[in-house]
Design a protein around this ligand. Structure first.
Ligand code: NOJ
Length: 763
């Protein structure tokens, strides 16, 4: 699914004189070292450093190396093995100033071992598990000679029509911000200069998740308060955690494309937030300034981007072509170029590459004999993280867990789908190494019983959709249409169901349906699969839906049809085993939704922490003249924070240590949590706060803290949260970040809706 591009490989720059011969400066002194290096660089060499190219299989390697040796390329992405990258670094070492290259890649949720998609990681609400996934991804990527990843992606997504919802961590500012920090620290480990670390470049700066209508690449229009309050904090959290890079978003914000936005990159990012790292444009984004209609031509586009603070241009030629002329004409200053070059060199310095350009490439004799060797994978960790990310949405009559000795019919187009199991942006993951649900269930049942399998349906029977989903799969189509008729497939599945005690249906989206450029107008399970579910329901056999999807789906009907529903997202290399662990009760599910499931697409946006309104819908009261859609039930299908367990938990005795709080004080909010069921289990205790009256309208509630706890059957525990004034601050109409005295409601629950409440006064 990778875009391959020859664009911009050959740039010829006029040669320039060396500016000054200087004496070497010790490497320890970063600023002096870089200044000294820059003093020796020609203009061409400087501009060369600003060029980041995508390496495709079809690209002539010799020419690339020539360009590198001439000092015309600063880094690559998509070349991902030591034998591939070593010759390029060798070429850099043949260049006049021996400035090392860096090698980048989209390491989003794993590298060789694929972990659950980010949305699934967020569903674990387990910072240790999420951190572990990032650390392992970094180790595996660094071992493959990679220096930097274009991750974490921390765009808040509140419109599930947007296909990239799958790549982010959901709708909530607090949760996404927490994860942003964890991921940056995990990628960068002991430091971005460590041999087993990769530098993190947080993306997509900024607000990409708010594209209008959820249509990818569309405009973003947003009030400053919403921006500061809800959408910017996750990027800030990543930067505060030390992210070395930022990828700038493809979208425009309030009329200005991010790639040309001086306010965004200079005033906010660098001046206000103190960011000192590398700002990279997204793929071809400088060129797209012409399409946005803010640049007449490539020359103006390059000028806008460099002036705005884009250091490195990803896969377009405009910096190389236009910067020399712009400088000559005085339209840009030497300082504009130097600022960018300094940041590229500083990033390379921070990655440890000046000290050792081969830090992650290593010696040829140590290269793995087999890049894809099983021994390079971290299967046990992937399975553990994946099972923590699964969310049980329904479990009527204790349909789950299943007995391993039961006669089970496994049906559905996603039951044997190794590619889909990995999800989109699966880095260097290999489908052949991912465990399908069929494999996982079979392994769990071993010789106890035999799984009866039938495909039951194709992912979709809509030819146009199918073609769209396959348009980037050059080698082989990812989404394969079954040549048999829909009725033949369903008949086979119904027969399997009739022969079984229980039916498990693996249904949902192919991974490409939740990807870049995969926005949908409809959040239903595709019609071909809905027909299958209907037919399975008609057999009267207990029906378990195993959902695979990269966004919330509107499963109103299926919620009634199914006896149990397990949301598994796309759970990665060990997905099949992890799902089987939950289906058979070897692991008690503990995931919680990181975003709201709407009843229908028409309800969007459905995020839980919406602002208060004058005429809110009030359940149980007459409906007229309150805010609602009259043709459907009000409220989400499944709320934010929701997820069941095989055991039950009860909350009681919520208490606040005081009914008042002063600006320097602290308040303790506590609740008794009891495992009232028969199994040990984990749950996530969630703390929400509502600012009841403020100088401007405030959200009905906001997540402010949570704890994931394990309780043995029958065990109870008091969970404490500390609340301070910081938790109550918000950006007011003047964008002043402060708390306002008055009443606050504190709510504690196991999801965002079913809560118990107490109040206090901020003095
Ligand atoms: C475009 C995507 O928007 C971005 O997220 C990704 O990092 C780059 N392509 C490079 O693959």
């Amino acid at each position: 699914m990778k875009k391959l591009c020859l664009l911009g490989l050959f740039v010829s720059l006029a040669s320039h004189q060396v500016l000054a011969a200087t004496t070497p400066v010790p490497l320890e002194n970063k600023d002096a070292f870089i200044s000294n290096l820059m003093n020796q660089m020609t203009l061409d060499e400087k501009i060369g450093q600003l060029r980041l190219i995508s390496i495709g299989p079809e690209m002539p390697r010799e020419l690339i190396r020539k360009e590198i040796a001439a000092g015309n390329i600063g880094g690559t992405f998509n070349s991902i093995t030591r034998p591939e990258n070593r010759p390029m670094q060798d070429a850099a070492m043949r260049s006049r100033l021996k400035i090392p290259m860096f090698f980048a890649y989209d390491v989003i949720h794993g590298h060789r071992t694929i972990f659950p998609i980010p949305l699934a990681l967020a569903s674990s609400w387990d910072m240790d598990a999420i951190g572990l996934s990032g650390r392992i991804a970094a180790k595996e990527a660094a071992a493959d000679s990679l220096d930097i990843t274009f991750a974490p992606m921390v765009d808040i997504s509140r419109d599930p029509r947007w296909g990239r919802t799958s790549e982010g961590f959901g709708e909530d500012t607090y949760l996404v911000s927490r994860i942003a920090g964890v991921m940056v620290k995990a990628f960068q480990g002991a430091g971005a200069n460590a041999a087993d670390s990769i530098m993190a470049s947080v993306k997509h700066f900024a607000l990409y998740g708010a594209v209008e209508g959820g249509r990818d690449y569309n405009v973003v229009d947003m009030s400053p308060v919403k921006m500061y309050q809800d959408y910017l904090p996750p990027y800030r959290a990543a930067i505060d955690a030390g992210a070395g890079g930022v990828m700038v978003a493809l979208n425009s914000i309030n009329g200005v494309p991010a790639t040309a936005d001086t306010w965004l990159m200079n005033d906010l990012l660098r001046k206000d937030w103190g960011f000192k790292g590398l700002a990279v444009s997204d793929h071809g984004a400088i060129f797209e300034l012409i399409k946005h209609g803010v640049a007449r031509d490539g020359r103006e586009a390059a000028k806008l981007a460099i002036k705005a603070g884009i250091d490195m241009s990803m896969n377009d030629t405009l910096y190389g072509k236009e910067l020399p002329g712009l400088l000559k004409s005085g339209e840009i200053e030497q300082q504009d170029i130097d600022n960018a070059v300094r940041e590229v060199l500083a990033a390379k310095y921070d990655m440890g590459l000046f000290k050792d350009p081969y830090l992650r490439i290593g010696k040829a004799e140590d290269d793995p004999a087999d890049t894809y060797a099983e021994s390079r994978l971290h299967r046990a960790d992937a399975r553990e993280v994946a099972r923590r990310s699964l969310v049980l949405l329904k479990n009527q009559n204790e349909t789950l867990p299943l007995k391993k000795t039961a006669k089970i019919a496994l049906v559905g187009p996603l039951a044997k789908a190794p590619i889909d199991m990995m999800g989109s942006w699966a880095a260097a993951g290999r489908p052949a190494q991912s465990v399908t649900l069929f494999d996982g269930m079979n392994a769990a049942m071993a010789d106890k019983a035999t799984l009866i399998y039938a495909r039951g349906a194709s992912i979709t029977s809509d030819r146009k959709v199918l073609d769209y989903l396959n348009f980037l799969n050059f080698d082989a189509p990812e989404v394969v249409d079954d040549p048999r008729s829909a009725q033949v497939l369903i008949d086979e599945a119904v027969k399997a169901a009739k022969d079984a005690d229980v039916v498990v249906a693996a249904v949902g989206e192919s991974r490409g349906m939740s990807h870049e450029s995969s926005s949908r107008t409809d959040l239903n399970i595709p019609a071909s699969q809905r027909e299958l579910i209907k037919a399975l329901k008609a057999t009267g056999k207990p029906l378990v839906l195993v959902l695979m999807n990269g966004r919330p789906l509107s499963i109103l009907e299926e919620k009634d049809q199914a006896d149990a529903i397990l949301e598994t997202w796309f759970s990665g290399t060990e997905g099949g085993n992890a799902i089987a662990d939950v289906l058979f009760g070897d692991y008690n599910p503990s995931g919680k939704l990181p975003l709201t499931f709407p009843r229908s697409v028409g309800q969007i946006p459905t995020y839980y922490n919406h602002l208060s309104i004058g005429r809110p819908f009030t359940p149980g009261k007459p409906g007229n003249y309150t805010s609602q859609y009259f043709d459907d039930t009000t409220g989400p299908l499944f709320p934010f924070g929701y997820g069941l367990s095989y055991t039950d938990f009860a909350l009681s005795d919520m208490a606040l240590s005081s009914t008042t709080l002063n600006a320097t004080g602290k308040l303790d909010a506590s609740v008794m949590v009891k495992n009232t069921g028969k199994r040990d289990g984990e749950t996530v205790v969630q703390l929400y706060i509502q600012d009841v009256t403020g100088s401007m309208i405030r959200p009905v509630k906001e997540l402010k803290n949570f704890q994931k706890i394990l309780l043995k059957a029958g065990e109870q525990k008091v969970v404490h949260f500390t609340i301070s004034e910081d938790d109550l601050k918000f950006y007011n109409a003047q964008l002043k970040y402060a708390a306002e005295p008055g009443k606050f409601n504190v709510q504690i629950g196991l999801d965002s809706q079913d809560v118990t409440q107490q109040s206090f006064e901020l003095l």
